[in-house]
Design a protein around this ligand. Structure first.
Ligand code: ADP
Ligand code: ZN
Length: 737
């Protein structure tokens, strides 16, 4: 028995370590059963307790279990082995985010877990390269196999091929590993031809961008930032890079924020390529997930478009990653394995030695700093495609222009916006009113005693939703009917709504323009996947005149007849204590503004604000984003905040506030010391109560050249934490509540 650590093939009787997709430290030893040969990455079913679990052969056995206790692997699952680059990536992400590898593996393996043999869904066939070109030694048994799979001949199982060629299964595995044999889907994808693909005629600036991006393809790892204003054709440019990658026989992955993953994007892709991409997001059925997973694993799916978790698919031969809207904070997963998909995508590209494109009209400060430092290559598209021009942006100073009350009650639209909407509707064009707040009113209070209705389980006000006639907590889902008497002073019918949500703005718009079709759009009104498609169609067919929406509408969409964007409260995001509050507000408002005037009609944007002199408003009004980024960057550098320093958050939570605080104090006393290391807190979190758990935060701030992970591990090892207190580790936090 050969037990060297670099062993990759295991024969009957060998012991292997199988990593299980569980959120515990879970790599257990199993033995290879008779008549089976296993390779690293093989997906196997193993006995676990009284049940079975599907895991992955991760390495040779660790030898920490007595031999007689080791059980054999039950069976190999009929899917391609998880490639080495994916396995390395999983371990890398686990180490970086301080999670166990099993928790990360779960994101890769989920669809394979409830795999239903018996019929193997794949066949074995020639992959393309010959033994010689793959650099494999030519032996008689290998030649027998190659002639068995010649001319497209396929086999259902390895043993069928072994029998046909008169060789052992082990030889076949060598050839799979060596890349001359591959697993293929039995049923080919519906339309994997590009016969009806239509590539657009690119403008000179776009051609130049394509040339610049293409230089990097097939040349190993590189990061290219595609920085172009909304509507400049960034999508068309990265489509070309995808086409080149696919033509070279490799797969391309496009990551989009879930919200931008719409039928509009898919149909554009289909028109350009003549086939549909494989999708990967939360709306797929179990069957679709398994199919798309397998297609990614076999290489049958050449282009995969997905939300952040698509990064963990076991791609057979990934050749390009595109992260569209790379600045979007939706790429940060905030629970389970806490990771930033854009950052991890860069790591995945590096591990796979492939290029990655980060596309955005408003790149993140992190990305811009990497461009300045020369680590990332930048390609710019400064103008909108064709005759479309950027909208004119003006501010409406709410201190001067106060909304005038109407017969329906309080108003939120100031006279300049009302006038602009009048004009727009009269010329038969469409309006978007943007307010990033769901519901009717963010706060309900008693007009007699001032008592505010808040969630019993969270530090949050209850938000009134008139459509559903409920008061809702947007953090935990708690909801209740509006009380008729005040719990505090017993006054009856004393509750009043304070401030606007989109329902209230829609109410005002409908009251002002009774003949207009007013439509409200928020994440909770787009609950079905088809609802998005219907809405887009309604807008394009002009069955809507005034859209009132949250940021679900801000991204990616292209509505030619929409010429006016009114931002109801441009200051909304600025008040929060968040390192990136200004940057995010700028990105969001820029993105929303980009919805205006995307065709021959010039668009205009009106920003209602109490502070037109604020740097964010100034940047939007002047269009001088360089200055804004420079100032933001300077501010962060001075404070040694990311990306000039590193942050890692520890979030402690538990049912007992005193106990949580005590653990916080213990941690503070044991905190890591040294030059370039600082610990802030413990302090009650902004949401000091969330879902009934009390929360305290500590923040480890380290110099850029100091890795926080070893510090954290050492720190936590020195403190005994009671089971009732949970510690969440958030490396590179984006959320500070
Ligand atoms: P971005 O991704 O930068 O926002 P898009 O790629 O979505 O820009 O392009 C904006 C619009 O202009 C889209 O409707 C797109 O189809 C169109 N467009 C861009 N470039 C071209 C081109 N070269 N030929 C035809 N249409 C184009
Ligand atoms: Zn709540």
């Amino acid at each position: 028995m050969n037990n060297s650590a670099d062993k990759t093939k295991f024969e009957p009787g060998d012991i292997v370590s199988v990593l299980l997709p569980l959120p515990i430290e879970a790599a257990y030893d199993y033995s290879v059963p008779e008549h089976e040969t296993l390779v690293l990455g093989d997906v196997v079913e193993v006995p676990l307790g009284r049940w079975f679990e599907v895991g992955v052969v991760w390495g040779p056995g660790k030898g920490d279990v007595a031999a007689h206790k080791i059980k054999p692997v039950a069976q190999r699952v009929g899917v391609p082995p998880i490639p080495e680059v994916s396995r390395k990536f999983i371990d890398w992400v686990a180490a970086y985010t301080l999670q166990v590898s099993g928790a990360v593996l779960r994101m890769t393996l989920n669809p394979a877990r409830r795999w239903q043999p018996p019929t193997p869904p794949t066949v074995i066939a020639a992959a393309g390269p010959s033994l010689e070109t793959a650099g494999l030694k030519v032996t008689p048994s290998r030649q027998k196999i190659m002639s068995a799979v010649a001319r497209g001949q396929t086999y259902d199982t390895m043993s069928a091929l072994a029998k046909a060629a008169g060789v052992s299964s082990g030889t076949i595995r060598d050839l799979i590993e060596g890349g001359v044999l591959t697993f293929k889907m039995l049923t080919r994808l519906a339309a994997s031809t590009s016969a009806n693909a239509i590539a657009p005629q690119l403008e000179p600036a776009q051609q130049e961008a394509v040339r610049s991006v293409s230089e990097k393809l097939g040349q190993g790892f590189s990061v290219t930032v595609l920085d172009g204003v909304t509507g400049s054709g960034k999508t068309e440019v990265y489509f070309e890079a995808i086409a080149t990658t696919v033509a070279a026989g490799r797969q391309a992955l496009v990551l989009l924020p879930e919200i931008a993953l719409t039928s509009q994007w898919i149909s554009r892709f289909q028109a350009r390529f003549g086939f549909a991409p494989a999708e990967w997001h939360s709306d797929l059925t179990g069957k679709q997930r398994r199919e798309n997973w397998l297609n990614a694993a076999t290489g049958e799916a050449t282009v995969i478009v997905g939300a952040r978790s698509a990064l963990f698919l076991p791609f057979q031969s990934l050749g390009l990653i595109v992260v569209d809207e790379e600045h979007d904070s939706a790429f940060k997963q905030e629970d389970g394995v806490i990771y930033h998909a854009r950052d991890m995508a860069v790591v995945r590209a590096r591990e796979g030695a492939i290029p990655i494109i980060l596309s955005s009209a408003t790149p993140s400060l992190e990305t811009m700093v990497n461009v300045e430092a020369g680590r990332y290559h930048e390609v710019r598209l400064p103008n909108r495609f064709g005759i479309a021009v950027l909208p004119t942006i003006t501010s409406v100073d709410l201190r001067v222009h106060k909304p005038e009350k109407g017969h329906w009650g309080r108003a939120w639209l100031a006279p300049p916006i009302v006038l602009a909407i009048d004009e727009t509707l009269r010329s038969g064009e469409q309006v978007l009113l943007f307010l990033n707040r769901r519901g009717y009113a963010p706060l309900t209070l008693c007009s007699a005693c001032g008592h505010r209705l808040h969630c019993p389980q969270c530090t949050a006000w209850l938000v009134e939703h008139r459509l559903t006639k409920r008061l809702q907590c947007h953090h935990c889902g708690y909801n209740a009917a509006r009380p008729t008497t005040c719990v505090h002073c017993s006054a009856t019918d004393s509750f009043v709504a304070c401030g606007p949500g989109i329902e209230r703005v829609a109410e005002e718009a409908q009251a002002r323009w009774p003949d207009a079709n007013v439509r409200m759009v928020a994440s909770d009104t787009l609950d079905r996947p088809s609802a998005v498609a219907e809405l887009i169609d309604d807008i394009l067919q002009h069955r809507v005149d005034v859209l009132v929406g949250t940021q679900v509408l801000a991204k990616g969409h292209h509505f030619p007849n929409l010429t006016l964007v009114g931002v109801v409260d441009a200051d909304l995001g600025l008040s929060s204590w968040d390192l990136r509050a200004a940057e995010r507000t700028y990105q969001l408002l820029h993105q929303v503004s980009g919805r205006a005037g995307r065709a021959e009609r010039r668009g205009r944007v009106l920003l209602q604000t109490h502070d037109p002199a604020h740097p964010v408003m100034q940047a939007l009004l002047s269009g001088n984003d360089a200055e804004f980024y420079a100032k933001e960057s300077e501010g962060r550098r001075e404070l040694a905040m990311p990306p000039f320093g590193r942050l890692t958050a520890l979030i402690l939570s538990g049912p007992d506030e005193i106990q949580v605080r005590a653990v916080g104090d213990l941690l503070a006393r044991a905190s890591p010391q040294g030059p370039g290391i600082e610990v802030l807190g413990p302090a009650p979190a902004f949401m000091s109560l969330l879902r009934g758990r009390h929360r305290h935060r500590l923040l480890l701030k380290t110099r850029r050249d100091i890795k926080p992970q070893p510090l954290i591990l050492d720190w936590l090892a020195r403190v005994r934490v009671p089971n009732a207190v949970r510690i969440q580790i958030d490396v590179d936090p984006y959320s500070f509540f």
